[in-house]
Design a protein around this ligand. Structure first.
Ligand code: NCD
Length: 316
């Protein structure tokens, strides 16, 4: 049962619970009109201490499309944080008003502190370079719909594998499935952190290869997960400028890929995918953004415990 639970990282959901969420997301996608009242009278608070377009708006759109309402802030500058309030106090207060919280913070672990203070479900909407579980739900739903399943996939992660929290989250979730192989394509300075190597890859005996050049890997991939170099996590501008255009996926590189490879990107994109690639049917990143809203609708319903009640009632 997901009702009442908080989601900080993909490991907070079992494989069966992931499937439950995907099943509901697919039902919602097929008949969104049936869910327009699923969250009537419910309130989502979005506490975004770090900038976001997609994640915050897709959470908000998800709630509004189910008849729920939304409160919150989109930058810490407009909240009591500027007066020195702690995360715990902010969350404890918001929990008096809302039924569910989505929280993004630049500090790794901040949403966990929030869960100690809240007695309502809290969803980590991205904490620093750490984890981003609802992006992972989005990515997995996209893979499920495009590839039909998760077993035996060769997945290439390309770009900023050090700071990219979406990469860390998705890698962790994919270890639930058998036969997955990773190709990790990044500059030397942006390789995966040691804790991911030890606790995610080695611990689960995941087969992986580290490479510097995208051209060497692209022909072998089922999925290419492109990422932005995470400017905001760099200590100095010079390093960012030197590394930001390490990889640019264009049609020439796409011509080396298989016909059934798909390209994912959590977005926002900067330069790492040339706009010409958008026309390629294998580029599914905008579809992915759409699936993100449906999967958040499903997750919100599950955590609020309205999936069996309102969902089924309005469907029938
Ligand atoms: C990602 C994030 O915030 O980590 N974006 C998102 O949630 N869609 C990726 C990024 O910012 O590069």
């Amino acid at each position: 049962m997901l009702r009442g639970r908080s989601i900080l990282e993909p490991g907070d959901l079992s494989k069966e619970e992931f499937e439950e969420v995907f099943e509901l997301a697919e039902k919602i996608m097929k008949d969104p009109a049936a869910y327009t009242h699923a969250c009537d009278g419910k309130l989502l608070a979005t506490l975004f201490y770090e900038p976001s377009t997609r994640t915050r708006l897709s959470f908000e759109a998800a709630m509004l499309r189910m008849g729920g309402q939304v409160i919150g802030f989109s930058e810490a500058g407009t909240s009591s944080v500027t007066k020195g309030e702690s995360i715990a106090d902010t969350v404890r207060t918001i929990a008096c008003y809302a039924d569910i919280v989505a929280m993004r913070h630049h500090k790794e672990g901040a949403p966990r502190i929030g869960t100690f203070a809240a007695d309502i479900p809290l969803i980590n909407a991205g904490d620093g370079g750490h984890q981003h579980p609802t992006q992972t739900l989005t990515d997995l739903l996209t893979i499920l719909l495009m590839k039909g399943g998760f077993d035996n996939l060769t997945v290439g992660f390309c770009g900023d594998l050090k700071f990219g929290r979406t990469v860390h989250s998705l890698m962790k979730a994919l270890t639930m499935y058998s036969g997955v192989r990773f190709m990790l394509i990044s500059p030397e300075e942006l390789v995966i952190p040691d804790y991911i190597r030890k606790e995610v890859l080695d611990k689960n005996n995941i087969e992986y290869k580290e490479l510097r050049r995208l051209e060497e890997a692209i022909g072998k991939l089922d999925i290419l997960y492109m990422t932005r170099v995470q400017k905001e996590r760099f200590f100095n501008e010079e390093d960012y400028v030197r590394l930001k255009d390490s990889y640019i996926l264009d049609q020439e590189k796409m011509s080396m890929a298989r016909d059934d490879m798909i390209v994912l990107h959590p977005l926002p994109r900067v330069n790492e995918i040339a706009p010409e690639v958008d026309r390629d049917p294998r580029a599914v990143y905008f579809k992915q953004a759409r699936y993100g809203m449906y999967v958040r609708m499903a997750l919100i319903m599950k955590l609020l415990g309205v999936d069996d009640v309102s969902g089924e009632r309005v469907v029938n």
